[in-house]
Design a protein around this ligand. Structure first.
Ligand SMILES: [Zn+2]
Length: 307
């Protein structure tokens, strides 16, 4: 079974560690969204410029992993018990979601350290920084974590003692997903000035984390509609951050702490059990023969060539 290593010991174990109250904005990803959002916008342009299904598939998967892929997982910092806690939450996500992607930690006793190669770069796809020395909570979006410039550190940051829903939110980013409130059809109207004031962010950071992504929904593998209870929302508990206040469809005084049906739908669209790695490779081969990467930005090109 592809994910047997991952699943071997999850049953019956509970997440340990003290409860950390989430702040008003819950889990967040400011720096990494700044970095990935331009790639997504470029991808969208490429996607809109062709009707060729193979090419559209290729562009839309730039940040996603290959369906059926087994990603190598490892840890940076933290104790074995802190690692176990993160592992248990992540394992629950993947087993409950029933998606066609696995993370192989190779050993669960002990949980392995990430290892740098001779060039000083990590080679594992899922590198989780944990423990007292690590920040929380953020993650690079999908394969963006494998760009060379990002290989000298973790791509998921879960320091301290994060709760299960925080672990899930960040892992879903690492699987290639942006925020729910940034979906093309999300109805949220944010008061950027208020968000700037509340959170102390500059304009660019607020935009990168709140602007809607104007993408073809199907080809970017979003789930349908807007889900106020998605685990990929920010925690819109403060009505002042929304132009429509408590009347906004995005106002959420009681944030969800579990995956919703639409969260699962999005994950399964991106990593369907029916997709085979072979057909993915065949599609990529067809696209490679005709796609011109000449006019693509260096960042996106690196990702596309990595595929
Ligand atoms: Zn986030």
């Amino acid at each position: 079974m592809r994910n047997s290593v991952f699943l071997a010991l999850i049953a019956g174990l509970t997440t340990a560690g003290p409860v950390v109250a989430h702040n008003e904005w819950g889990t967040f990803n400011p720096d990494f969204n700044d970095e990935a959002a331009p790639l997504l916008r470029e991808m969208e342009k490429l996607n809109n410029s062709t009707m060729d299904e193979d090419k559209r598939y290729f562009y839309s998967r730039v940040l996603l992993w290959k369906p059926g892929q087994t990603l190598k997982g490892c840890f940076i910092g933290g104790t074995q018990s802190e690692r176990r806690s993160i592992f248990n939450s992540a394992a629950k996500l993947l087993t409950d979601a029933k998606i066609n992607i696995a993370i192989d930690f190779q050993s669960t006793d002990p949980f392995p350290d990430c290892k740098k190669n001779a060039q000083g770069l990590y080679t594992e796809e899922i590198r989780i920084a944990v423990g007292a020395g690590a920040p929380c909570c953020s993650a690079r979006i999908g394969r963006n974590g494998m760009r060379k410039a990002n290989l000298d550190e973790a791509n998921i940051f879960l320091g301290g003692a994060p709760q299960g829903w925080q672990v899930w939110h960040e892992f879903i980013h690492a699987l290639g997903f942006f925020h729910e409130h940034q979906k093309p059809d999300a109805p949220c109207r944010f008061d950027y000035a208020e968000v700037k004031r509340l959170w102390g962010w500059d304009e660019a950071k607020v935009k990168a984390n709140f602007d809607r992504l104007n993408n073809d929904e199907r080809d970017h593998r979003f789930s349908s509609g807007f889900d106020r209870k998605s685990i990929m929302d920010y925690y819109q508990t403060s009505p002042t951050m929304l132009v429509d206040g408590v009347k906004s469809p995005c106002y959420n005084p009681t944030p969800g702490t579990a995956l919703t049906t639409t969260d699962l739908e999005g994950l399964r669209l991106a990593y369907p059990m029916s997709a085979s790695p072979t057909s993915h490779t065949q599609r990529m081969t067809r696209v490679r023969a005709v796609v011109d990467l000449g006019g693509v930005s260096p960042g996106l090109r690196e990702l596309m060539e990595m595929e």
